[in-house]
Design a protein around this ligand. Structure first.
Ligand code: MN
Length: 343
């Protein structure tokens, strides 16, 4: 991480051949995982009902590599990941910030070096290519690896391979955006054969033979719809699905029904900026965590992570942190205008 930062500060970058090697080796590893991955702490031998070790959920990073470096540093609140100190990175690692490339590379590298210690999930910015085109990531790749046409394709391939969600200790569902109108079992989601075929996955999960979905076939074919549900919804106050400033909001009844159907206790999602870095919704059954502190160098918010570190409880500890300050010259006007309305 220090090498990445030092190179960046000198306007240099990791060699393209090294980057490609990481991307080419990590993508098949991610694709081999189930759509919803199980992240389990070790069960203590004596009681069988208590867990040891820690799992930390990191929310949106959006190119804030310095925040990630702080979190994983020896003096940071997480430290370097290992089997007893696992991290889930809950999507939207890229766009808007200026070091998205380094975030993907360092997390992929640790995933390869210490399997099972880092769990990267897909966010709407990894799921929809038009977002990386509009919000900076594609430009960042071009800037750092000019003329290298294969590089963007390898990043895209890796994004497609990322899992959709995680379940911690058979209790906590972790997903980037939230839930949708079709309540699904974890088994249903896992039955979808391949994440690399996005259209097929969207069709199966969203439609499932029903024609009641809000979206049109055209939108579906463009690959928006399930990304909408799992990656794009926000918690709302009213029951059911309701119109929302940036799409649809899912109500407390949707959260309760999903948890009951899957015998789970809590939903942790990200996707939305809050000034304190986290927020509890739906009678504390759904929590938001957001980890880009001082988002895009202009909001002054704290970052937060949620840590499952107690032996018996699935209520996480909240760790807040202040931004690692730096200028962000690459922020364009469209990003600035949109950043509070889009996760
Ligand atoms: Mn998002």
């Amino acid at each position: 991480m220090y090498i990445c930062q030092e190179l960046f500060d000198k306007k240099k970058h990791l060699p393209a051949s090294f980057v490609k090697k990481i991307l080419e080796e990590a993508a098949p590893l991610f694709l081999s995982l189930s759509n919803v991955i199980a992240v389990n702490r070790q069960q203590e031998y004596v009681t069988q009902s208590q867990f040891s070790g820690r799992v930390t959920v990191i929310g949106d990073l959006h190119g804030h590599f310095r925040d990630l470096a702080y979190l994983l540093s020896p003096d940071g609140p997480i430290g370097f990941p290992n089997h007893n100190n696992q991290i889930i990175v809950n999507g939207d690692m890229v766009d808007r910030g200026d070091m998205s490339v380094e975030i993907i590379l360092i997390l992929s590298l640790i995933s390869l070096m210490v399997p099972g210690s880092v769990h990267m999930l897909k966010g709407n910015h990894e799921a929809a290519p038009h977002l990386t085109t509009s919000f900076g990531f594609d430009d960042e790749v071009k800037l750092k690896y000019p003329g290298d046409l294969k590089m963007k394709q390898l990043f895209r391939q890796l994004f497609q391979a990322l899992p959709i969600a995680a379940v911690v200790d058979d209790s906590v569902f972790v997903v980037h955006g939230g839930l949708g109108r079709l309540t699904k079992t974890i088994a249903d989601i896992n039955k979808v054969p391949s994440r690399s075929n996005l259209k097929s996955m969207l069709h199966e999960l969203v439609w499932n033979g029903k024609k009641s979905c809000y979206c049109s076939i055209t939108q579906l074919n463009q690959g928006y719809s399930l990304t909408y549900y799992f990656f794009n919804t926000d918690p709302g106050e009213d029951n059911g699905m309701n119109p929302h400033i940036r799409g649809e909001a899912f109500g407390p009844d949707i959260t309760a029904a999903f948890l009951a159907l899957n015998h789970l206790q809590l939903v942790v999602r990200s996707h939305m900026y809050y000034h304190e870095g986290y927020k509890k919704h739906h009678n504390e059954l759904c929590w938001t965590v957001f980890s880009a502190a001082n988002y895009c160098s202009c909001t002054g918010n704290k970052g937060a992570v949620l840590q499952f570190d107690q032996a018996t409880s699935c209520v996480p500890s909240i760790v807040q942190f202040d931004a690692v300050h730096y200028p962000m010259p690459g922020l364009n006007k469209r990003s600035y205008d949109c950043l509070l309305n889009f996760g």
